[in-house]
Design a protein around this ligand. Structure first.
Ligand SMILES: NC(=O)c1ccc[n+]([C@@H]2O[C@H](COP(=O)([O-])OP(=O)(O)OC[C@H]3O[C@@H](n4cnc5c(N)ncnc54)[C@H](O)[C@@H]3O)[C@@H](O)[C@H]2O)c1
Length: 333
């Protein structure tokens, strides 16, 4: 496919604003329309980017756009993805691919026969730091990867519409919403399926299982240690620490505050921005649009998004029961 790609943006919250900004890094891509049920939100993004406001997904599809970019809460992902794929559109859906495995199976069944591409927004794969470490690890420079630790700790994000992030039924808490990035990145770097997960979690003032430590065993014998938290003080910011240990060396990096800045204006909603210029989202979206033009494959295939979802759900199950979950046999309750 050559020529201009047109995009309809579903949802006009925090991450939708970041996506809309990041389209600018993809020449030949035009945001045509935005839909969000909360008055004023779609207008704000549409005005900034020369797009129009429409009521909902049906209206977006009616415009004949090439791509639907789904930036709504996870409980809405399955129905929106399926409707857009069935309408013949290419779809970029934010992580996690869905909220439940039942929804994920429905998405996979439709995606398998859909003419359009479906890619999942596992954006950690596109951060320059994460990508460089992936390249190092998979080039063999540090030997065979045996251990990966990935830690992301912050306070409870305060921006979500109606507070859905604070509701475990909607978001899955940090083990799903945040650590799904870590589970996805670890599996991608290690290059082998997760086979066992054990997780311990603590409750905090902001909700159940809001601080969690998971260990994952992979089929090739490597292990990962995933830490996530929404229970840290807001003043500390967002902290990331990663270590990848191979048989011939190791690579590590960490940073404070780099992932997200939040601007709180006296009037209007809080606005999230990436202090380095939406770098990972720009790469993610460019990779997606390039894949659409090339006729595939999807940069993050739905099946891989589903594996990461399943690992995160298994960690939640382990935290709840105190037992290790065997992913080779686990049937999600
Ligand atoms: N990749 C990342 O690092 C990253 C970061 C933040 C959020 N996310 C993901 O992006 C998605 C959105 O998160 P957010 O932080 O932007 O949340 P948000 O609450 O800021 O925005 C979600 C928006 O979707 C709208 N919405 C809800 N149902 C809708 C529907 N049926 N049709 C149209 N709009 C609808 C809401 O009104 C809201 O404005 C989630 O899946 C989240 O996990 C990913």
């Amino acid at each position: 496919m050559t020529g201009e790609l047109t995009v309809g943006l579903l949802g006009a919250g925090m991450v939708a604003g970041v996506h809309a900004h990041a389209y600018r890094g993809s020449p030949g891509v035009r945001l045509v329309a935005v839909a969000d049920p909360v008055p004023g939100k779609a207008e704000r993004i549409a005005d900034q980017h020369g797009a129009v406001v429409v009521a909902d997904l049906v209206a977006l599809l009616g415009l004949g756009v090439d791509v639907i970019d789904i930036c709504t809460p996870p409980t809405t992902h399955a129905d929106a993805t399926i409707a857009a794929l069935e309408a013949g559109r290419h779809v970029l859906c934010e992580k996690p691919v869905t909220r439940t495995m039942e929804e994920a199976r429905r998405v996979l069944a439709v995606a398998a026969h859909a003419p359009g591409l479906l890619s999942i927004g596992q954006v950690a794969r596109f951060g320059p730091d994460h990508r460089a470490a992936y390249d190092l690890a998979t080039s063999g420079e540090i030997g065979r990867v045996r251990l990966l630790t990935h830690s992301t700790t912050s306070s409870l994000p305060g921006w979500s519409e109606g507070g859905w992030l604070a509701d475990p039924a909607s978001s899955g808490g940090p083990l799903l919403d945040q650590a799904v990035h870590s589970f996805d990145y670890a599996r991608w770097v290690i290059g082998s399926p997760a086979v066992r997960v054990h997780c311990m979690a603590a409750d905090s003032g902001v909700g159940p299982a809001t601080y969690a430590l998971s260990t994952v065993r992979y089929e090739n014998g490597a292990i990962a240690h995933i830490e996530c938290s929404w229970a840290h003080p807001a003043s500390r910011g967002f902290r990331l620490a990663v270590e990848i240990v191979g048989t011939e060396g190791w690579v590590s990096w960490d940073y404070d505050h780099l992932m997200g800045g939040v601007m709180h204006l006296r009037e209007g909603p809080a606005e999230w921005f990436d202090v380095l210029g939406d770098r990972e989202f720009t790469h993610e979206l460019r990779a997606f649009f390039d894949a659409v033009r090339a006729g595939g494959p999807a940069p993050v295939p739905a099946q891989e998004g589903v594996e990461s979802l399943r690992t995160a759900l298994a960690a939640l199950e382990s935290a709840r029961t105190g037992r290790t979950v065997d992913l080779t046999t686990w049937e999600v309750p």
